[in-house]
Design a binder for this molecule. Structure first.
Ligand code: ATP
Length: 330
């Protein structure tokens, strides 16, 4: 009998996670267990929309660096998949990485070379970079990060913030579709933090997708359009920052020199989770009429200087989601 050579059925394309249509980074069940047995990342489904400034938030040890190393193809996942710019990692690393600028664990710089010479070296190490346009590229990158005036100084004389900016300049020598920044403000003083944050906003305004990790909640709120929250290797939530914060209830805040009395009255009124810090008493917003609570305070002789419900922050959302405080110090 003649055998029919029916064409092999096409393998089903792997289903993409929800709304990963224009995702610059998409992972499915991404998991990393280190040899010692430590489960560092556990079943991560991440979707980073194109054009977002995406904050990857979590306390120290929550698995952020491990995830970034998998995304960049530096280490293999134990299971699950990661796609960056639509291509699988680490398999397509050679095709993907030229479009990705990365600043991971501080830039590797030569202290005895000037900032400019460091960048010239970086550029020379890139086989795709045309040597004839090298100086122009380096000058543009220095200008981009505000280091033109300090370009001739030795890198060892740079402040930590300037070194970070030089690292960013190196990542910006070529046009990038994605920038991956691992804790870019770690160790910087407040001025250095402000500089890096405004630089990140500026870069984002050109349409580059930025994925940045941080253990600082307020940093994510100030800079990011979207965020994913990690705790102990697992994804707690992800989405637009405004929506994440809105998901949590705000706090009732009473400002008064009679904080002790105010706390007592609030508890008598059945208000939950009353916390006193100096002249501020915060609590869960009551279910009933706010005005009644205020009236009870005033009737008890509490000098109420301020009374209202503050908008929920990302921190409130984190606490609500994990049932834990966000340990900023790690
Ligand atoms: N090479 C390794 N071998 C074994 N365990 C590791 C290794 N690297 C990290 N870990 C562990 O995996 C967990 C996640 O670490 P990871 O560095 O990814 O977290 P993180 O959120 O980036 O924290 P940090 O901000 O401190 O780097 C931690 O418990 C850490 O001790």
């Amino acid at each position: 009998m003649e055998e029919l050579s029916a064409p092999e059925p096409e393998p089903e394309p792997e289903p993409e996670p929800e709304d990963a249509g224009d995702a610059v980074i998409a992972t499915r069940g991404l998991t990393k267990r280190y040899r010692g047995g430590q489960l560092a990342v556990d079943g991560l489904d991440l979707a980073v929309p194109s054009g977002s400034v995406f904050g990857f938030l979590g306390p120290n040890g929550s698995g952020k660096t491990t995830t970034i190393r998998m995304l960049m193809g530096l280490i293999e996942p134990t299971s699950g998949t990661a796609r960056v710019l639509g291509r699988p990692m680490p398999g397509a690393a050679r095709a993907v990485l030229p479009h990705v600028g990365a600043l991971i664990e501080g830039p590797a710089l030569y202290g005895f070379l000037s900032g400019r010479d460091n960048l010239l070296r970086y550029d020379a190490a890139d086989p795709t970079a045309d040597p004839r346009t090298r100086r122009t590229r380096v000058a543009a990158a220095l200008d981009r990060v505000g280091l033109t005036a300090a370009a001739g100084k030795k890198a060892k004389a740079y402040s930590l913030g300037m070194k970070q900016r030089l690292g960013l300049a190196a990542a910006l020598l070529q046009p990038r579709r994605l920038l991956v920044l691992d804790e870019p403000t770690n160790g910087l003083d407040p001025q250095g933090m402000r500089e890096i944050r405004s630089l990140v906003r500026e870069l984002a305004s050109d349409g580059t997708t930025i994925f940045l990790s941080s253990h600082l909640l307020d940093e994510i709120e100030q800079v990011c359009t979207h965020a994913a929250v990690m705790a102990q290797g697992r994804l707690i939530t992800q989405g637009p920052v405004a929506e994440l914060a809105a998901g949590a209830r705000g706090r009732l805040v009473v400002t008064t020199p009679d904080a002790g009395d105010a706390a007592r009255v609030l508890k008598e009124q059945g208000v939950g989770d009353v916390v006193v810090t100096e002249d501020r008493v915060t609590a869960e917003p009551p279910d009933g009429e706010l005005a009644e609570v205020n009236a009870a305070l005033v009737a008890a002789g509490v000098r109420v200087r301020g009374f209202g419900v503050e908008r929920a922050s990302l921190e409130d959302a984190f606490v609500a989601l994990t049932g834990e405080g966000f340990d900023v110090a790690g």
